[in-house]
Design a protein around this ligand. Sequence first.
Ligand code: GLU
Length: 504
Amino acid sequence: MNKVRVRFAPSPTGPLHIGGVRTALYNYLFARKHGGDMLLRIEDTDRGRFVPGAEEYIIEALAWLGIKFDEGVHVGGPCAPYRQSDRKPMYREYADLLIANGWAYLAFDTPEDLDAKRKEYEQEKKIFQYDASTRGMMCNSLTLPDSDVRQRIAGGAPYAVRFKFPADTEITVNDLIRGTVTVNSSLLDDKVLFKSDGMPTYHLANIVDDHAMKISHVIRGEEWLPSAPLHVMLYKAFGWEDTMPQFAHLPLLLKPDGNGKLSKRDGDRLGFPVFPLQWTDPATKEVSSGYRENGYFPEAVVNMLALLGWNPGMDQELFSMDELVDLFSLERISKSGAKFDLKKAHWFNHEYLIARPDEELAALFAKILADKGITAESVYVARVCSLVKDRVNFVSEMWDQASFFFVAPQSYDEAAMKKRWKENTPAVMRDVKSILTGLDDFSEQNIHDALHHYSEEKGSGLGQVMIPLRIALVGGTFGPDLQIVAAMLGKDEVTGRINRILAV
Ligand code: GLU
């Protein structure tokens, strides 16, 4: 096999969809696995759809996820430039080559002409397609006399260059995931390769660049499968069949419920981001949420996406990037779409969260605390993180589980009070307060022993002591072991909180 060279070739038309991120990831894993190269090429020939900031967004998002490039618009390389608008001058000659070889022709039909034709067909309940059966009645270099064509060009008449599909020909695409896909050319449109604005279309630029950049494998979303027969024919038309890349079309990412492609609307509806980073639309200023800003770890997103459409062939579900590289193979990509699963996304984040060192979690949690005007010793914050991390999926959820380590409860869980705060509880709490005040060494063990001893002596159940004390310290019936909480808060704070609840 020649050197593996793959590319991720997004169009900067907005934020990168999570399905696009998966495409980039699979390309990356494949490149690394085979010691190959990974390229980032920006396909921005459709100026009408260009969105400022999208290219920067794509680069930042992939860097955040640890998807690295050997060559590309941001890192350079031997095939530079890697942005198609910067390669503009080189496409025209390829269009001319196809015209000279009889594989393409000039079409002078105006948008109005084409619209009228479409309407005419619609009236007969037919669909107009510019192809071998219709091109003979249209306004192009195949139907007009040469002198007329020359005159029009000289007069600056706008025209497009269209691919000339041969009539009634079977075209076969060998796809590494889908197998052999055969289509008859009669079903295909004579696609525009070069537009009147002097820009190539995606199809021409994509094939010319994949060839120039020596791409060995085209791994991309299934939505591009219908374009693949044209691409195969373009390789043939250019005489590049021997070096044509192998194709692998990835299954769609599907919405969690029902069928169909995962869309931004599903994300809004079900409360999860469909973009890796937060994005503000430059035109409408509408903000779309991102995995990063929602508190996902990049490793969790990578792990989740790797398994959405690819199967490692084992029960294990947690994989580092290196492990994914090791195991990855195109053969294990499924043909059918993969359903996005929000619960699973949370689970992945939880797993990566609990595996993080407490100090690292503390640094993240400290930012949330700082926003609330709270500063605390980093060792203390790290201990808090170690105590509550099992109960959360995101660092942002830690405050709800741990606020009492930093501020006294502002209110007490009403249901718990009703059920657990008995007539004799104030007296019990006063006893507890004086016992705890008497402890010289306010250690977990001493607090534990003292409370047990007291409840045994009183002959009351342990719950009658511990639960009201817990409500006093944390505000409800949740949280880590009570003696740990009490020891961390310290004697003064604990007695202060008992006083507070007694005063309610
Ligand atoms: N520019 C195309 C896109 O936006 C690339 C498709 C391909 O990989 O060929 O996805």
